[in-house]
Design a protein around this ligand. Structure first.
Ligand SMILES: Nc1ncnc2c1ncn2[C@@H]1O[C@H](COP(=O)(O)OP(=O)(O)O)[C@@H](O)[C@H]1O
Ligand SMILES: [Mg+2]
Length: 285
């Protein structure tokens, strides 16, 4: 049984270089990620976010090869010493393009696929399909072909194939990048619900921070293969990062702070409202 502050992912002095590449895509990464954290990883394109994700699900080094130095420990397992399949008992990954994830024809088969490979019984598989279909409201899609789904439906099914494993760790790599804001918000809230109910650890790599700020408990910023900031999102956005492409709300409040004595570091609209209310009260006294 995992305890609350259990470390579920640890990077110990990790350096990684892809085959035939001169430069390291990851440089001296040291991280401890705890059970139940909602981690958001941001940083410019090419800074190593996907590479970090691949180290956690074991595709590095098992599929990509290359040179991996240091250790990546996932749920107590050194990823180098176990197979990708073993890691997939604990870790599920959702990518940006659902087309890259769907392999069978019928949605129902798609959902059953990984569980079958992991040796789940037929009744367990049925139960899990029922659970995930309800959670994501896709009961009506189960008998459909994956080839006739709309993009949004496909994304939901791809998402379901990850959640159905009830993973201890959920890796999301730009999975909201092609979604409309409404769907992005919807998925973010489902992920958060799962985290709170099941203690799932979430690592979400994204460009649009604003959909996730409400849920994010830890913000990691990368640049050129290194972690350049790591902490609670409020501190990172207001005190650590300089000259970053801030989410609009943070940008506004950072500027207002410099203009007037406005205390507080809001990262959600609700918090921003409270800060403004306090400010108005103060100046009207
Ligand atoms: N399969 C690969 N083979 C060689 N180099 C790669 C491969 N994938 C990514 N890279 C390189 O590794 C660096 C980090 O890439 P990546 O992790 O994909 O960044 P991000 O996800 O932040 O955009 C980049 O310089 C990229 O060109
Ligand atoms: Mg990437």
């Amino acid at each position: 049984m995992l305890r609350n502050r259990d470390v579920v992912i640890e990077f110990r002095g990790v350096w990684y270089r892809y085959p035939h590449s001169d430069d390291y895509a990851l440089k001296d990464i040291n991280l401890r990620i705890y059970r139940g954290e909602f981690v958001v990883v941001v940083g410019p394109s090419g800074c190593g976010k996907s590479t970090l994700v691949r180290c956690i699900n074991g595709l590095i080094p098992h599929y990509y090869g290359g040179e991996l130095r240091g250790q990546v420990i996932v749920c107590g397992l050194d990823t180098r010493e176990v197979t990708v399949q073993e890691i997939s008992r604990y870790v599920a990954t959702v990518l940006q393009n659902p087309e890259d994830m769907l392999i069978t024809d019928l949605v129902e088969d798609e959902l059953a696929f990984t569980l079958e490979n992991l040796g789940y019984s037929e009744s367990e598989i049925k139960e899990r399909i029922r659970w995930v279909a309800k959670l994501l409201d896709i009961e009506h899609l189960l008998r459909r072909s994956t080839l006739d789904l709309s993009y949004g439906e496909m994304q939901k099914v791809a998402f379901a194939t990850a959640l159905i494993l009830k993973p201890k760790i959920l890796l999301l790599d730009e999975f909201t990048s092609n979604l409309d804001p409404y769907s992005a918000q919807y998925f973010a809230s489902i992920v958060d619900e799962l985290r709170r109910k099941e203690g799932t650890t979430v690592i979400n790599v994204c460009h649009r921070l604003e959909y996730f700020l409400k849920y994010c408990t830890r913000l990691i910023v990368m640049n050129s293969g290194r972690v350049v900031a790591d902490g609670d999102p409020r501190t990172v956005l207001y005190d650590v990062l300089e000259d970053y492409n801030y989410p609009p709300l943070v940008f506004i409040f950072k500027n207002l702070r410099e203009l007037v004595n406005l205390y507080g570091k809001p990262i959600t609209v609700e918090e921003g409202r409270l800060v403004l209310e306090k400010f108005l009260k103060r100046i009207s006294n």
